[in-house]
Write a protein of this length. Structure first.
Length: 276
């Protein structure tokens, strides 16, 4: 996907078309949020297949192997599909990876909560239909949408012990400490000591939940902030790298290109075009 953001609706006709010839399980290079208002959603993710009735919300992080099939139920199907690149809301996206790693789909109550979510989707669609959509407006609306969903998820989590198992708690604590320290040149041992555990055990938790080592999670957070600064600040590349604990511009550039496929300069030029 070349765009930073895309939103569209799936109705009964489109759902029937997708159901008749569904995709194979696949990965993509963007984040995807599906909001089911009416109908059903068959979702294959993490090698499990589930079918849920709307209303629901499903968040799929990039690179997750999955397949989504919207289905008509009681002659109705209405679903919003939102696709976006992580650099649009970098800080929020990083937190979402931890929140939705093992429960991609969430049942929603109807009523006021669903109405607010639909209203935000409509506002996002209206903005994207403008001749020159304002991506800053899109960012704020999308962030507000996730805040409402997260609030609802937290209410449901209070009655679901499965969401408070010790590994998830350890991961959340690690991410909280990382958020306060990711700009410093700190390694795995520092975070393990803060959590009163071995580096090996912290690595095992990160691998089992996020499919990344601790070092990769730290690097991911640094690169999300690097993308944020490359897009929204006038700092030069050396300054950004130094601020994030990369003492040499060449090393920062090599890490950035290895993880994103672009140099920092190439990424900045692409973002300037999209945000101009």
């Amino acid at each position: 996907m070349k765009e930073l953001f895309k939103i569209f609706k799936v109705d009964e006709a489109e759902a029937a078309k997708i159901s008749a010839s569904p995709d194979e399980p696949h990965q993509h290079d963007f984040e995807e949020l599906i909001i089911g208002v009416e109908g059903q959603l068959e979702h294959f993710i993490d090698f499990k297949n589930t079918v849920l009735d709307a209303p629901l919300v499903s968040f799929v992080t990039k690179s997750k192997v999955h397949r989504v099939i919207p289905k008509v139920k009681n002659n109705k199907c209405e679903m919003w599909v939102i696709r976006f690149k992580s650099e649009l809301i970098p800080e929020t996206t990083f937190q979402l990876y931890a929140s939705y790693h093992d429960h991609a789909t969430l049942k929603l109550p109807g009523g006021h909560c669903l109405k607010r979510i639909i209203t935000l989707c409509e506002l996002l669609q209206d903005e994207m239909q403008e001749a020159n959509p304002d991506l800053s407006v899109v960012r704020h609306l999308l962030s507000a949408l996730f805040i409402i969903i997260e609030s609802e998820k937290n209410k449901l989590a209070q009655n679901n012990q499965k969401w408070t198992v010790s590994q998830n708690t350890t991961l959340q604590n690690f991410l909280h400490i990382l958020e306060e320290n990711y700009q410093r040149p700190l390694g795995v041992e520092y975070y393990a000591e803060k959590l009163f555990m071995s580096a090996r055990n912290l690595n095992l938790i990160c691998k089992s939940i996020l499919n990344q080592t601790v070092s990769e999670v730290i690097e991911t957070r640094k690169l999300i902030e690097a993308k944020n600064q490359l897009t929204h600040s006038d700092k030069n590349i050396s300054e950004i790298g130094y601020d994030l604990g990369f003492n040499e511009k060449a090393y920062f550039t090599n890490v950035f290109k290895k993880r994103t496929g672009q140099t920092p300069s190439e990424f900045r030029k692409e973002m300037k075009k999209l945000f101009s």
